[in-house]
Design a protein around this ligand. Structure first.
Ligand code: A3P
Length: 289
């Protein structure tokens, strides 16, 4: 694995392996029972993956410790492209209903998800914390370009030059489609503010009904602390692509860490640009709770 440059697909920069496999990814046919968890990278994907897995296993901790997150809930663009010359990919080897993760912007999501009316859960995180989290992630992963200096990174984020493209377009495009496509649109900050309320929201969306005790257990098992200590959820199983001594995958898990990184000047510039890019959109993001 190397820090290879990104390649654009329909204007969206993607890891080159993904870009090179894009035709096969687009042709993916999900089962109607499959569930898609979609996010811009670092918005809280793993958190929701763990919640959904526990909900589907009635809060059974052992069931969710059977394998690491990425095996229980595979990554569409990485784990679907069928291996060459033959054989089945990780996603094809699993029996539906599968919980599939993607970072693709909505216009690049395989049509099959919409045709089959799959349940889709989207998680959005405020731009500043999302950016800070992505910056630390790109320092510790070997499979995306180097983040470079902090100040330049802010500009790359504002210009949509990072892997999976523009945060602004990502959150706006799912927001616009959420009603028509019956997408459950969640916010990381809401999950922090009241995890139980959000776990219940996900449960109802998935047409599940679990007891109060089970819900409490799921909230506990998916707290930041539990997940950080859980080898099946903290990505410690992937030392080949993550150097967690640089920055742990479960890094801080808070709202408002951006205040420790943005200078007042950077904040002013970012806010002015944000207002322009988010004009006409009233998406209720919170940068503190
Ligand atoms: P930080 O880098 O701000 O700590 P993703 O799963 O989309 O890659 O997102 C990772 C971010 O979500 C990291 O943010 C990580 O710490 C945070 N996170 C993961 N699990 C969490 C949990 N149970 N509670 C709160 N934050 C969590």
């Amino acid at each position: 694995v190397h820090r290879l440059p990104l390649i654009k697909v329909q204007g969206v920069p993607l890891r080159c392996l993904i870009a090179n496999n894009f035709d096969s990814i687009s042709a993916f046919r999900p089962d109607p029972s499959d569930i898609l968890i979609a996010t811009y990278p670092k918005a809280g994907t793993t958190w929701v993956q763990e919640i959904v897995d526990l909900l589907r296993h009635d809060g059974d901790e052992e069931a969710t410790r059977r394998a690491p997150t990425q095996e229980r809930s595979p990554f569409l663009e990485i784990h679907y492209p069928p291996p060459i010359p033959s054989g089945l990919s990780r996603i094809e080897k699993m029996t539906p209903p599968r919980v599939i993760k993607t970072h693709l912007p909505i216009n690049l999501v395989p049509e099959g998800f919409w045709e089959n009316k799959c349940k889709v859960i989207y998680v959005a995180r405020n731009a500043k914390d999302n950016l800070v989290s992505y910056y630390h992630f790109e320092k510790m992963t070997f499979i995306q370009p180097e983040p470079g200096p902090w100040d330049g990174y802010i500009h790359k984020f504002m210009n949509g030059e990072l892997a999976w493209g523009s945060w602004y377009n990502h959150v706006k495009d799912y927001w616009m489609e959420r009603e028509k496509k019956n997408i459950l649109y969640l916010f990381y900050e809401d999950m922090q503010e009241n995890p139980r309320r959000e776990v219940e929201r996900i449960m109802h969306y998935l047409d599940l009904s679990l007891s109060d005790d089970v819900i409490s257990r799921i909230v506990e098992l998916t707290s930041f602390k539990s997940m950080k200590e859980n080898p099946m959820a903290n990505y410690s199983s992937m030392p080949d692509i993550f150097d967690q001594s640089i920055s742990p995958f479960m890094r801080k898990g808070v709202v408002g860490d951006w205040t420790n990184f943005f200078t007042p000047a950077q904040n002013q510039l970012f806010d002015a640009d944000y207002t322009k890019q988010m004009k006409d959109f009233d998406i209720p993001f919170r940068t503190n709770i």
